[in-house]
Design a protein around this ligand. Structure first.
Ligand code: NAD
Length: 233
């Protein structure tokens, strides 16, 4: 398939999307079975919806938490975690909110779109982990509704996370994009930084994407299989 091997590079950056978790049974964004084919995001995943009806938005997110809690990390997540354990300078930058990288053992995961497993109080400006399913407390002790600490439609990304990701992408020598359609901005623009800094670039996806032209190498296979090839397994 390819002669590229992760072991031939010193600083690998993995840039992951929903396709990596699809082998764990979590639906992707746009593909068949995708969440936004079934649900209107304006009703469930934007600040306006939350202000209109927080309980309805929480019911929706509780279902997402339940589905993800029942899923397990797959071999793709595990290969990435093992590579990072052996090479601590490895960067893991994800658009996923499911926490499966961490459950596979990965550390210092840069979550561009936040996490289903954190909640924040906008009034107190606090953020905390919450792994309960369903959410034990939808309200903060101050009385305000907690909201999931994820990027909804129309939200801005966390500048600090973006800053760290940019730094790591600018200094990696291999960028491996995995299971992302490359159409959710500004995240989709980030791999360009690695490419324009001279990193070797690989796209793992089942199909061509609008950003395939950015990459020198294309592995058209399920993420776990393509990663096993790159890992030399
Ligand atoms: P996307 O759904 O837009 O695209 C998924 C991509 O993965 C597609 O290009 C598809 O061809 C590819 N793919 C599907 N199965 C694959 C497999 N087994 N191996 C390799 N590739 C595969 O996903 P996106 O680009 O990540 O954008 C989705 C947005 O929605 C993200 O911002 C994310 O926050 C959110 N989201 C997250 C999750 C999650 O946390 N697991 C799931 C759905 C959506």
């Amino acid at each position: 398939m390819t002669k590229l091997r992760l072991a031939d590079f010193r600083r690998v950056a993995f840039f992951t999307g929903a396709g990596l978790s699809s082998e764990s049974g979590i639906p992707t964004y746009r593909g068949s079975g995708g969440v936004w084919r079934e649900y209107d995001y304006q009703e469930y995943a934007c600040q306006e919806a939350f202000e209109r009806d927080a309980e309805k938005v929480w019911d929706f997110h509780d279902k997402r938490r339940e589905a993800v809690a029942a899923a397990e990390p797959n071999e793709g997540h595990r290969i990435i975690a093992r590579h990072q354990a052996a090479h601590p300078e490895t960067a893991i930058i994800t658009q996923n909110i499911d926490g499966l990288h961490q459950r596979a053992g990965a550390e210092r995961v840069m979550e561009l779109h936040g996490s289903l497993w954190r909640v924040r109080c906008e009034r107190e400006r606090t953020v905390r982990d919450d792994l309960s399913v369903p959410m034990a407390q939808r309200k903060c002790s101050c009385g305000a509704y907690l909201r999931p600490d994820i990027t909804w439609f129309g939200d801005r990304l966390d500048e600090a996370v973006i800053g760290r990701a940019v730094e790591r992408l600018a200094s990696c020598d291999l960028i491996v994009s995995i299971g992302t359609s490359g159409v959710v901005f500004p995240a989709a623009d980030l791999p360009r930084i690695a490419v324009s800094s001279g990193a070797v670039s690989v796209e793992i996806n089942l199909e061509d994407t609008p950003v395939s032209h950015l990459y020198q190498h294309h592995l058209r296979a399920p993420a776990s299989e393509a990663l096993a090839v790159l890992a030399g397994a």
